[in-house]
Design a protein around this ligand. Structure first.
Ligand SMILES: [Mn+2]
Length: 274
């Protein structure tokens, strides 16, 4: 059964990772995933790559996110699919859905926890700050008017394995739920274990969560990850356990040679292939 949503947002935002190869991911995903209702293609602002307040290309990023925010405010969807683009591509959709579904769990399925701030980020790339921004510690031009979109207990990290020391400290300090590669391999269906059945959930899928052996077509390949089949089992467990209200797929760089069937396994687990 195909997952029903109100709108598909095609967002070729690439300045968050400063890697233009991820822009092509949006149209490639739009080709692989049949539309279901409305599909909006969001134009990306091509601004200067100037670093402002510790964030590269902040002006350009802000331009695109403002356009996205306007669209979501006007349409007020209850369920969204975002086809990125880098990990910033679904920031605004998550902020929007968190207001519509206050008890929403956010599954951050990513080799990286994206918990840096402009002060701690070694790269000054905003795609490594997205989750921290959602939790309220972000640049004011990215957090939006409401500050924190979610509290830390609402988050489950899935497959995170490449962390900067301040990110590890933040996770430990706040006791954020974290299903690592070893636990995923042991039983991918345990990923939802502490969450009540039937509650709303958002799935942020950075496909670099998969081992690059299976899916090398990503901006930041990260070794020692789970195979795509294992990730697909975890995604299927989340979709079976929860009322999925939003999905974002990020960091796909289709120009890098890869086996599209591995990606199709993930999309099928999310009920996106029809
Ligand atoms: Mn990542």
């Amino acid at each position: 059964m195909t997952w029903q949503r109100d709108v598909d947002l095609v967002v070729p935002l690439w300045q968050g990772g400063d890697d233009v190869r991820t822009a092509a991911g949006a149209s490639a995903l739009a080709r692989l995933i049949p539309p279901n209702g409305n599909r909006l293609h969001v134009a990306v602002t091509d601004g200067p790559r100037t670093t402002i307040d510790g964030i590269r290309s902040l002006d350009a990023i802000h331009g695109t996110l403002t356009r996205l925010r306007d669209r979501l405010t006007r349409r007020d969807p209850q369920r969204t699919l975002t086809l990125g683009g880098d990990c910033l591509s679904d920031l605004v959709a998550i902020q929007h859905l968190a207001t519509r579904h206050p008890d929403m769990t956010l599954y951050w399925v990513d080799a990286h926890p994206d918990l840096n701030t402009p002060a701690t980020s070694p790269s000054q790339r905003a795609h490594g700050m997205v989750l921290r921004t959602l939790l309220g510690d972000g640049h004011p031009r990215l957090t939006g008017a409401n500050g924190a979109a979610l509290p830390t207990p609402a988050v489950t990290l899935v497959g995170a394995r490449d962390l900067d020391p301040p990110e590890t400290r933040y996770i430990r300090h706040h006791g954020i739920a974290w299903v690592d590669t070893v636990e995923l391999l042991a039983d991918p269906t345990r990923v939802t274990a502490p969450r009540p059945a039937g509650t709303p959930a958002y799935i942020h899928l950075d496909i670099d969560v998969c081992d690059p052996f299976d899916l090398p077509a990503v901006a930041v390949p990260t070794p020692d990850g789970p195979r795509a089949g294992t990730v697909a089992e975890a995604l299927a467990a989340i979709t079976a356990h929860h009322d999925v209200v939003g999905i974002g797929i990020c960091e796909y760089a289709p120009v890098i040679e890869h086996d599209e069937a591995r990606l199709a396994t993930l999309l099928a687990a999310l009920d996106l292939t029809g």
